[in-house]
Design a protein around this ligand. Structure first.
Ligand SMILES: C[S@@+](CC[C@H](N)C(=O)[O-])C[C@H]1O[C@@H](n2cnc3c(N)ncnc32)[C@H](O)[C@@H]1O
Length: 362
């Protein structure tokens, strides 16, 4: 597999990301207040002086509704700060422009069709197709950038993980589950490269002093993926594929040549990359537990959530008709062997508010 993109499930049917993104939404909600506080504390509104158009970009926005919530939250916070810092009588209202970025094969039609109605929307919208592992916007053009649940998607599958002759071959595993050291190394190398490119591009696009908000899922330091329930679900999905190979629906050969370009770093790896890059000052960067209670993580919920973000990729490799069968099997396996959430460790949510340094480094 070379450089590819795997959009979330399009449209708005029962399997779509629109209806199956509440796990991500809950993670975003968990950090919302803290991010608001840090925007209020660290944003310098003078950045915008003379322009009156405040520009926000959401990188890897998918199809909503999470992106709309995030954008509205940022706008409310900026407006509140603007009002507080200016004498109301002389206040020139700010106008907002929002750039929605994702891969060109993202379902931008659904995104724009489901935008909040214009009577309630306080911004002008722009679609920006293109990989965020590279520049997608003009230099010095964005005041606040945002990205959530995105950079665990690598720009491509790491070298050799599907090469049966390589020590980095991921065998029958479908994800980097940290059981094979060489595989973890290969994934990590790709993650570091990608994160570097992501940060370089955002550093150019943000105005000096602009804020970049990053949020995602990561492993707590020292916890390998195979010890988490998220790793366990991925391995169970791999087991379902093997069962399907035994029934002749797919082949072992195909599974051996399949690995998902998703990498969940440990927290210090993400933070380390931002420090290493050096273009941003870290105003705050920490982790919180995911707010969704385990009783909400039913088998149906997990099956639909994983299906909404993995089907495109699975269909491309294994062909039409495999997705229904695979996720039916996953649901059955999970109900036969329910996940004991007490026994497994869990990933956490990281969030950070980063400030673009000026040429003087502050
Ligand atoms: C799980 S969704 C997250 C969507 C939304 N940000 C949220 O928090 O709900 C991940 C999104 O990242 C996008 N993505 C992954 N790699 C990308 C890349 N290189 N450039 C732009 N978007 C990318 C995917 O297409 C997908 O829409």
């Amino acid at each position: 597999m070379s450089s590819h993109s795997y959009p979330m499930n399009s449209g708005d049917d029962q399997h779509s990301y629109v209806h199956n993104s509440s796990y991500q939404k809950s993670g975003i909600n968990g950090a919302e207040e803290k991010i608001r506080k840090w925007i209020l504390e660290t944003l310098n509104l003078k950045l915008n002086s003379g322009l009156n158009t405040f520009k926000i970009a959401d990188f890897g926005c998918s199809v909503g509704p999470n992106t709309f919530q995030v954008v509205q939250g940022i706008i409310d916070t900026v407006k509140y700060k603007h009002l507080k810092e200016n004498n109301e009588t002389s206040l020139v209202p700010l106008e907002f422009q929002v750039f929605f970025n994702d891969q060109p094969n993202n379902d931008f039609n659904t995104l724009f069709r489901t935008l909040p109605p214009s009577s309630k929307r306080e911004y002008f919208s722009v679609g920006v197709p293109g990989s965020f592992y590279g520049r997608v916007l003009p230099r010095n053009s964005i005041h606040i950038g945002h990205t959530s649940y995105t950079t665990h998607w690598l720009s491509k599958l790491p070298e050799n993980v599907c090469d049966k002759k390589s020590p980095a071959w991921n065998k029958i595993y479908i994800l980097c589950n940290d059981l094979i050291e060489e595989v973890s190394k290969a994934y990590k190398v790709q993650f570091i490269k990608d994160m570097g490119v992501f940060l370089e591009a955002r550093a150019e696009e943000l105005v000096p002093g602009g804020l970049m908000i990053v949020l995602g899922q990561c492993l707590p330091d020292g916890v390998p993926m195979y010890e988490t329930w998220q790793g366990h679900v991925a391995d169970t999905l791999g087991d379902c594929l093997m069962d399907m190979a035994k029934s002749g629906i797919t082949s072992e050969e195909k599974i051996e040549l399949f690995s998902i370009p998703l990498y969940f770093p440990q927290f210090s790896e993400v933070k380390g990359e931002i420090e290493q890059n050096g273009s941003f000052m870290i105003e705050i960067m920490e982790t919180i537990g995911h707010p969704m209670e385990v009783k909400a993580l039913t088998n149906d919920f997990l099956t639909s959530t994983y299906r909404a973000f993995l089907s495109t990729l699975i269909e491309e490799h294994f062909g039409d008709g495999v997705v229904d069968e695979l996720f039916d099997r996953l649901a059955k396996k999970l109900s036969k062997h329910p996940i004991d959430f007490e026994m497994w460790k869990t990933q956490v949510v990281y969030y950070g508010v980063l400030k673009r340094k000026s040429i003087w480094g502050e």
